[in-house]
Ligand binder design. Structure first.
Ligand SMILES: [Zn+2]
Length: 163
């Protein structure tokens, strides 16, 4: 297992729509193990393949007791609305309030290729939506009005230069 380098905005891969995962083999298991390790190392609750430079429809997450690998993820049902601060490891965890569905049902394949459905609400539902977006080449800042989006990017760049 290894901690991989996390890609950061505006690296191109973050805007790429992921290719479907088709091989559920040892290589995928190793990749998922690396993704979990990278996510824990960065103290995140979710990590998509795009965030380690791979345009794939794949994410891992461990949020509010929901730990899973999601290959070829889809949000198949949503309900309600929540407005909460959200951040992203690829945008320096700079927080911004994003409107999301309060409840979301995820349909995906695990690392063995078995399909599953999982329902969540609150923070975990937000993670489902945030990570599935990554697999579609979309970042949380893409949900923000232009001015707020620019503010987040500016703050991220400023903090990066301080490091
Ligand atoms: Zn993210």
């Amino acid at each position: 297992m290894a901690v991989r380098k996390i890609t950061e905005y505006p690296e191109k891969v973050l805007a790429e729509v992921g290719k479907p995962v088709t091989e559920f083999d040892e290589e995928l298991e190793k990749l998922c193990a690396d993704m979990f390790e990278t996510m824990y190392d960065a103290e995140g609750v979710g990590l998509a393949a795009q965030q380690i430079g791979l345009a794939l429809r794949l994410f891992v997450m461990d949020c509010e007791g929901i730990k899973l690998v999601a290959a070829n993820p889809e949000i198949i049902a949503i309900e309600g609305e929540q407005s909460n601060p959200e951040g992203c490891l690829s945008v320096g965890k700079v927080p911004a309030v994003v409107v999301r569905a309060e409840k979301a049902t995820l349909r995906a394949q695990n690392e063995k290729g078995e399909w599953f459905e999982r329902e969540a609400d609150g923070y975990a539902a937000r993670a489902f939506q945030h990570e599935t977006d990554h697999c579609n080449g979309k970042l949380f800042i893409d949900h923000l009005p232009k001015m707020r989006r620019e503010m987040v990017v500016k703050r991220f760049q400023k903090e990066k230069n301080w490091k």
